[in-house]
Design a protein around this ligand. Structure first.
Ligand code: MTE
Length: 316
């Protein structure tokens, strides 16, 4: 007997808000979280993003500190992607039609061999590996995510930066037809971010093309995004189309929008408060009580040497 799907019998706005409830509940509760991720599939059709979690895989179930992975349902259901909406639980729905193929990443600036990489060739040229990283948002929440990606250094070596190249500048696609948030000129689109060249060449810095064993879904920055895990989440620019090697420190979207709140470095640091809130602790999505935020997000051993002699309070 044919069974009605809830999408067929429920007016769309109620259907969406029900689904939102499930994602939201998943984002906030502990062990219920994974259930939240699975339950969504019953409510959704065709539900490409929701089905995502049913077949999601990760090699390891925890990071190197022994922290559990954030359930898939929350990773793909609670997002910041202002090009679509500022509502974290709505991004999934607004981004579902986003076309991330065909896709090219143009790499140029102060390099000997500028190149345009077709997204279809990137996995062949730069095989991906799983990297389980903590991600700490500047807003005070965090997740543990099993990414698929490769070290950015591999791509940069390919284009041969010249000795004048001191920084790397990244740019997200600008396409207000697909990304309606870009019609609002409150932010200076496109989204831009930057790293110092030694940060970009650090082995922890990856270009991620997938998570939970599958290609990135749109809301998570398909088809390719940055992930530098010792920095606040906003550095991890999504849906990258352009990478330039430059001499001057790039001005990011956040530096331009609120320079007194967001600096270039954005290293996770519990001792340096955001002007409007403390950074001492964080809410790990899926946990009930807050946990202490770690310097450099727990990657101090690996990256502290990059900042020797730098005043971290001034260079926030
Ligand atoms: N990249 C673009 N292009 N647009 C954005 O709005 N948000 C940033 C970052 N990258 C953002 C972006 C912020 S504030 C965070 S916390 C992370 O993406 C969130 O990544 P996630 O949605 O995959 O958890």
């Amino acid at each position: 007997m044919y069974k009605f799907k809830s999408s067929e019998i429920t007016p769309e706005h109620i259907y969406f808000s029900r689904r939102r409830f499930v994602v939201g509940a998943g984002a906030l509760t502990g062990s219920l979280l994974f259930l939240g991720g699975c339950k969504q599939s019953e409510l959704t059709s065709p539900g490409e993003s929701i089905n995502f979690c049913e077949t999601a895989v990760a090699q390891n179930a925890m990071d190197e500190l022994g922290d559990a992975l954030t359930p898939c349902g929350s990773v793909i259901g609670y997002n910041n992607f202002y090009e679509f909406t500022t509502d974290k639980e709505e991004v999934l729905f607004r981004a579902r039609e986003f076309r991330s193929s065909p896709w090219e990443v143009k790499v140029g600036g102060l390099v000997n061999k500028p190149a345009t990489f077709d997204m279809d060739d990137i996995p062949k040229k730069f095989p991906v590996e799983e990297r389980i990283y903590r991600m700490r948002c500047v807003e005070g929440w965090s997740m543990v995510i099993p990414w698929l990606g490769f070290s950015l250094s591999k791509l940069l070596k390919e284009v041969e930066p010249t000795s004048r190249a001191k920084y790397v500048r990244f740019e997200t696609l600008y396409d207000p037809k697909q990304m309606p948030g870009q019609k609002d000129d409150y932010f200076g689109w496109p989204y831009v971010e930057g790293l110092r060249i030694d940060e970009a060449m650090h082995d922890l810095t990856i270009l991620a093309t997938g998570l939970y064993g599958k290609p990135l879904p749109p809301q998570c920055g398909a088809p390719i995004r940055l992930m530098a895990p010792w920095k606040y989440g906003f550095k991890n620019i999504k849906s990258i189309v352009k990478i330039d090697l430059v001499e001057e420190m790039p001005v990011s979207l956040w530096m331009k929008s609120a320079p007194h709140e967001y600096g270039f470095y954005a290293n996770v640091n519990p001792q340096v408060d955001h002007p409007r809130w403390s950074q001492v602790s964080e809410r790990r999505i899926g946990e009930l009580s807050r946990r202490r935020t770690l310097l450099f997000n727990g990657y101090e051993k690996e990256v502290a040497n990059l900042y020797e002699g730098l005043d971290l309070a001034k260079n926030y």
